[in-house]
Design a protein around this ligand. Sequence first.
Ligand code: SF4
Length: 248
Amino acid sequence: MKISLRIIQDLLDKSKKQRSELREAYALVPSSHCRRKALCCSLLPEMSLVEALAAIQCLSEMDPGIRFRLTGSLVQYFFLNSVRITSCPFLVDKNCLIYENRFFGCRAYGLWPRHYYNELATRSHQTKRYNQEQWQNLGISLPQEVVDFQVSYCPHVKPDVGSSVDDETLPHAADKIEILSKQLAPWHESFRHTYFLDLSFLLASLIFGLTEAVQMKFAFVKDYVKTGNQAGLSEIVGNLPDVFAALT
Ligand code: SF4
């Protein structure tokens, strides 16, 4: 099921309670200190719909110039993240522009027990290998270094209290967020199954249409693999509409 701008506006209107409770769920993640190396920001994290809505609300309230820049970064990220390792589109000069609203994945990074983090990383790598096969079936070989790229476990993050986080705390917070997001049915499932929990895909679909965004991605990836060229994309990114400006 496609998510339109009108549906996003409806969801923003109806999800005030869930977005407020999202902050309570985030507060379950132990506060921590890190060296702000921004290693965790090498990818746009997966997120649930309720988290995507919080980020969209944040984008809609931003200075138009910054929003335009982030819109371009998100669209570029969607089109080329299969062939190029780029940092999270929200990271600018080592600063997260939505830090107060950053996603659960960002908050939990570095706090997972190492064995749990490694399991998550293995699952993520399996998904990327599967995607690589799908691209291969279309005649496109993705660069192996991009397929194999993983954000490594970070030893620099420490909880403010105690030396480590127990095995239940983070899954418990993740479950709470999932429950909140499920209250936004049927769009919660649509964001998972149609947009693969990817805000950059949702944004590209809002701008170009769902099918068109996928077709364009195919063309840009093919061109990039063949020529290393992204000139056509740069021109498109320079002329994007400000889709989130109309949201209230
Ligand atoms: S949302 Fe912010 S904290 Fe999270 S990965 Fe992106 S830049 Fe880093």
